[in-house]
Design a protein around this ligand. Structure first.
Ligand code: NAP
Length: 242
């Protein structure tokens, strides 16, 4: 697909992978909106780029999402590309007193339910766009869990499943393309408790997304994700959890 002169929303665009995606898309003459909960971080990120607008919003807050959708439709005349990138994770071991349900609720609210809500609310604008796309950012852990990120892995598995169903359904009645970005370990704030310094730079993930847009490659196995997904499920699990 063509990725110039479009209006793009990047959730979690104030840092890490989202910020690198915003940087590349703004350089390609797109109007980019970045959102996140921390207004000053967003403002600082937007100030370093051209054509980038910061709008503070919590994607798990129904009121914030409703306001965000209304603002983008009113101020930008709609949306062409929705990039569902905001995410959070708890690193822990399952067992007695792990509070897994509480952690999973928080992770699923950010990583899964917010994506359903944003996607549905932006669908009318995306349908009206001549060439639109939705991106979900899952993970190398979407198909193979890491035991110390148990409910995060489950949230990304749910998002992977939803993404496949959404792509299939939207292809029946719309021209909206549905992409899934599946990064391995990436060196961002997010991964500092899981050895993120050994991960690839977020700019590499953004580069891969841009090239996948240009090639209409819908499931994007970034870096080591490709090797892990070439293994059998058992070997992949052992490789991730060694
Ligand atoms: N880093 C990795 O190793 C890795 C690997 C595979 C997949 N991923 C995925 O990549 C995506 C981006 O992560 P990253 O590594 O770039 O980490 P990051 O730099 O921490 O970025 C995450 C962003 O999401 C925002 N965010 C979190 N909760 C939010 C909420 N409720 N509402 C709005 N924004 C929210 C954060 O901003 P605020 O805190 O200001 O809201 C932050 O800017 C995530 O979906 C993550 O699961 C990361």
């Amino acid at each position: 697909m063509n990725i110039t002169n479009k209006t793009v929303l990047v959730t979690g665009g104030g840092s890490g992978i989202g910020l690198e995606i915003a940087r590349l898309l703004s350089a390609k003459n797109n109007k980019v909106i970045i959102t996140g909960r921390t207004a000053d971080k967003l403002q600082k990120a937007a100030a370093g780029l051209t054509n980038v607008t910061a709008i503070a919003a919590d994607v798990t807050n129904a009121g914030d999402v409703k306001k965000l959708v209304a603002t983008i439709n009113a101020d930008f005349g709609g949306l062409d590309i929705l990039i569902n990138n905001a995410g959070n994770a708890y690193v822990y071991n399952l067992g007695v007193n792990a509070s897994a349900a509480e952690k999973a609720l928080d992770e699923f609210n950010t990583n899964f339910f917010s994506v359903l809500s944003l996607t549905e609310q932006f669908l009318p604008a995306l349908i009206a766009s001549p060439e639109a796309a939705i991106v979900t950012v899952t993970s190398i852990l979407a198909l193979t869990p890491r035991s110390t990120l148990p409910t995060y892995s489950a949230s990304k598995a749910a998002l992977h499943s939803y993404t496949q169903a959404l792509r299939f359904e939207l292809a029946k009645t719309t021209k909206i393309k549905v992409f899934e970005l599946m990064p391995p370990l990436v060196n961002t704030d997010f991964s500092k408790d899981i050895g993120g310094e050994n991960g690839i730079p977020p700019s590499q993930v953004a580069d891969d997304l841009i090239s996948a847009f240009e090639k209409d490659e819908y499931e994007i196995h970034v870096g080591n994700t490709a090797q892990i997904y070439s293994l059998s499920p058992v070997d992949a699990f052992n490789a991730i959890n060694q």
